[in-house]
Design a protein around this ligand. Structure first.
Ligand code: HEM
Length: 404
């Protein structure tokens, strides 16, 4: 496809395979010359930090709604129902209506109250494996923390947590770029199951309010009368979706990066726990668990001398922006003392900025603090950290860690 451009040297068109093989290297090499590249599926990947930051909430873009699903030939079914009713994939008043009943509950101040229980969960998970001398960091630790935390926010009985966790991870695959047509039947089935499960929880709280998060949510939704029954369900499913795979990947990446360094930083964190929040933020910059933010161009967007035409999917590459030397000095260095500012770009910006940022940071901080404190000799078994993906939620392979 010829590149729409007003310039001779057009930004290259890259395959998924090339982008996934060495995303940091490609972004680093292309960013100085081109503000964006095109992907083989027709999406435009914006590479520079300033552009990423401004286009997130620029009137020339809007949130992708159902376009990506339609591009993949999906026009109906449970996933379409989720996407077309979720705050994550909506705009303007529809988005505000859907997000508003949850905004207050997820604010930093409210989430701080959960910190002690997140920490006891992390300590409990470490204690469970302590005698084994090793554990699967992804499946036995990083996956459990966000899933059990969300389950407890939703008041899900502990006996249902394994079922809930498995549904959540099966559904959350839909937000990655790695699912194929063969995965679809399971994603569809899991979406139906999770939606039905959440619908039953909502019904239960409507009949018997329990003074918990979900009872307050149902009461505020009913009082405002602005959400349909399916919308009320899908905002909760969206929270589950947004809050599981993302944080699981982020915890594995953070711990894997720190252990791979083998320079004693692990012990430093144990002795100076005040550095833990900085380690969380720097790991999210250095290897973000969410690599991009999707938008659609609603008019032609001119960057330098190149044009992203109207009506195209635009992938704002936070992964590239977070290593842009225009903003981050010496970007390929992992540096705990680096200032990242009040609003870490990995959580997006504008009206869709991550609803779960406070919770994600608390989960990461407590997950790291529990490990550093209890397992000062932690190291990787024989594999180092393996991360896949150049956009969307990135995938991490299992990482076995040991302490004997
Ligand atoms: C390290 C972990 C996380 C990262 C990097 C992350 C990143 C993001 C980003 C970049 C967005 C903006 C998407 C856009 O503008 O299109 C977003 C939105 C969202 N996130 Fe997160 N997230 C994380 C954890 C969480 C958690 C723990 C929750 C919930 C408990 C959550 C719930 C959501 C929701 C519901 C939205 C949609 C907000 C809206 O559309 O208004 N996220 N997240």
């Amino acid at each position: 496809m010829p590149m729409p451009s007003r310039n001779n040297a057009s930004p290259p068109v890259l395959t998924f395979a090339a982008l996934n093989a060495a995303p940091h290297e490609l972004y680093r090499d292309l960013r100085p010359e081109f503000p964006f590249v095109q992907r083989e599926d027709g999406a435009f990947l914006v590479l520079r930090a300033d552009d990423v930051q401004s286009l997130v909430s620029d009137p020339r873009t809007r949130q992708i709604e159902t376009e990506l699903l339609r591009m993949r030939g999906i026009a109906s079914g449970p996933v379409m129902e989720l996407v077309s009713n979720s705050m994550l994939f909506s705009n303007g008043d529809t988005h505000r209506r859907r997000r508003q009943p949850l905004s207050r509950s997820f604010a930093f101040r409210m989430m701080e109250g959960l910190r002690p229980s997140v920490r006891s969960l992390a300590d409990e998970l470490v204690a469970t494996s302590l005698c084994d001398g090793e554990m699967r960091l992804r499946d036995d630790y990083a996956a459990a923390i966000p899933a059990i935390t969300i389950a407890s926010i939703l008041g899900i009985p502990r006996s249902d947590v394994p079922l809930f966790t498995s549904m959540a991870y099966r559904v959350s695959k839909v937000l990655t770029t790695s699912w194929t047509q063969a995965d679809l039947p399971d994603i569809e089935a899991a979406t139906s199951e999770l939606s039905a499960y959440v619908a039953a929880l909502i019904d239960d709280r409507r009949r018997q309010p329990q003074g918990d998060f979900l009872s307050d949510y149902v009461a505020s939704v009913d009082q405002a009368g602005e959400l349909s029954a399916v919308e009320a369900i899908m905002q909760i499913v969206s929270v589950v979706l947004g809050g599981t795979d993302t944080t699981r990947a982020a915890i594995v990446i953070m711990v894997g990066l720190l252990l791979d360094r083998r320079d004693g930083l692990w012990q430093v964190l144990r002795d100076r726990p005040a550095l833990v929040p900085a380690a969380v933020l720097e790991s999210l910059r250095y290897e973000p668990a969410v690599a991009s933010i999707p938008r659609l161009s609603v008019e032609d967007i001119c960057l330098d001398d190149y044009v992203i035409p109207k009506g195209r999917p635009v992938i704002l590459s936070t992964m590239s922006g977070l290593r842009d030397p225009q903003i981050f000095a010496d970007p390929d260095q992992f540096n705990l003392l680096r200032p990242v500012g009040r609003w870490h770009p990995v959580f997006g910006g504008g009206e869709h900025r991550c609803l779960g940022e406070a919770l994600a940071r608390i989960e990461m901080e407590e997950a790291l603090a529990a490990l550093c404190t209890s397992l000062p000799r932690l190291q990787t078994q024989d594999q180092s950290l393996r991360i896949h993906g150049h956009a969307g939620i990135r995938q991490v392979e299992e990482l076995v860690v040991r302490w004997r």
